[in-house]
Write a protein that binds this ligand. Structure first.
Ligand code: MRU
Length: 344
């Protein structure tokens, strides 16, 4: 059997009949250290997902599935794999992509009861995500004009998907097609995905960008310096409300006031038919340490009183009425499409 090699910006997988290797780029150490973690067990993958060493809605689904493939390669025990699948599913609650990928793996396990078919399903999920990113990027790039100043929040690029990304994939596609653009990157407190990860990706791609703290976006908008906003999503309700990294909602409110187009980009698999509206989307609450201070490749700092009470939701919900368009693999959807039930 030939060796299958899968490689993205943040994940490496290789597989043949004798061996299977899975490794992740530790995103908590970026941008200063590029350290790859060998993942050998499901517990290790769960830990990496919880700590955001691997992150981004599409990538955690793909990474969790490839870990199940590894577990099956080592010991194809259907009951044990089912339990590991459930444990992976529970690692983070908001990104529906994680649940969808694990669901696909479990359905295959039950219907085929075949090790090779189970491993192949995880490989397919990786490849499909690459294709979904490409389609989203093509649909979205057409919305960007030469000379646009774009704002983005969090990280939605190659570090968050198996492919080139969703919102950041769109920006990359527009830039690669020759459009002269500039990107304002929201820092994205508390875990600084914008400051640490999106800037790292944009620098590698040579796309002109400027880092701002989250509370600077409205001022830039008031000065007419932002033409469009593109963000990603972890879960979209059938009415178009969507969850994304905390702070996305305030960007959307600011866009509405300043009449700036505000787009969300995601694969259709991010739509959760069981969520009627944003109130049905479960929001992950995270630890107090993330708000009392920060830790990463720069060290460990606490700037708040050590026991101060903290509120730390990892995501917020942006209502559909604040959204100009939903850029999906199947095309760009507008308010009227959502009202006609295109997500139902
Ligand atoms: O907590 P994170 O870093 O996993 O949150 C990521 C986001 O909110 C992204 O915008 C979302 O997952 C879409 S990634 C294509």
């Amino acid at each position: 059997m030939n060796t299958i090699n899968l490689k993205s910006l943040a994940l490496k997988f290789s597989y043949n009949s004798d061996s299977l290797h899975l490794s992740l780029l530790d995103q908590t150490l970026l941008p200063h250290q590029e350290k790859w973690l060998d993942i050998k067990t499901t517990d290790q993958m769960i830990d990496a997902i919880k700590k955001l060493q691997v992150r981004g809605a599409p990538l955690i689904g793909v990474a969790a599935s490839l870990q199940l493939a590894q577990a099956a390669f080592l010991d194809f025990n259907i009951d044990a794999l089912g339990q590991q699948a459930d444990a992976l599913c529970a690692a983070r609650p908001t990104a529906v992509n994680l649940m969808n990928c694990i669901d696909r793996m479990k359905k295959n396990l039950i219907s085929e009861k075949s090790k090779s078919s189970f491993i192949q399903t995880a490989i397919d999920l990786f490849k499909e995500d690459v294709e979904l990113c490409e389609k989203i990027s093509l649909h979205g790039a057409g919305l960007i004009q030469d000379g646009d100043n774009i704002l983005t929040h969090c990280n939605t690029g190659g570090l968050a998907t198996a492919g080139f990304g969703t919102a950041l994939g769109i920006i990359r596609k527009a830039y690669d097609s020759g459009k002269k653009i500039h990107v304002y990157v929201d820092e994205t407190r508390p875990l600084l995905q914008g400051a640490r990860l999106t800037t790292w990706e944009l620098e590698k791609l040579n796309i002109p960008c400027t880092l701002i703290t989250d509370n600077m976006a409205a001022q830039l908008m008031s000065l007419g310096k932002i033409d469009k906003v593109f963000v990603g999503s972890d879960r979209i309700a059938v009415n178009g409300d969507f969850a994304n990294k905390i702070g996305t909602y305030s960007v959307a409110v600011n866009c509405h006031y300043h009449k700036i187009p505000f787009y969300v980009a995601a694969p259709f698999t991010t739509v959760d038919p069981t969520c009627r509206d944003g109130k049905d989307i479960p929001i992950e609450q995270r630890g107090a340490g993330e708000v009392r201070g920060a830790q990463g490749s720069f060290g460990d700092v606490i700037w708040a009183p050590e026991k101060i009470s903290v509120y730390n939701p990892s995501f917020d919900v942006t209502p559909a009425k604040l959204t100009t368009g939903w850029i999906m693999d199947k095309g760009v959807f507008k308010q009227e499409d959502i009202l006609k039930g295109c997500f139902s």
